[in-house]
Design a protein around this ligand. Sequence first.
Ligand SMILES: [Zn+2]
Length: 87
Amino acid sequence: MTRRNIKLQKFDQQGGKCAHCNGEMKISYSELDRKNAVDGYTIENTELVHAECHRAAKLQKATRRNRNYRNRIRVLRRMRFAVNYEL
Ligand SMILES: [Zn+2]
């Protein structure tokens, strides 16, 4: 199924409303958001959302990834400190 067809089907399924904010959408300003990026564009794996909502969601995901990365570094530093401390 083409992305265009998925979009049309989703638009119908969601009654023309954004899956994120539930606001009315124009199909030309809507985008498919993948729940799991690796699973690609399928009916099950996508939601139709405003282009704006899509951008906000992507930013949020990136921020979360970034935070996880920083936390890992912090844990590693603490571990190294603990090792040095014991020596
Ligand atoms: Zn929206």
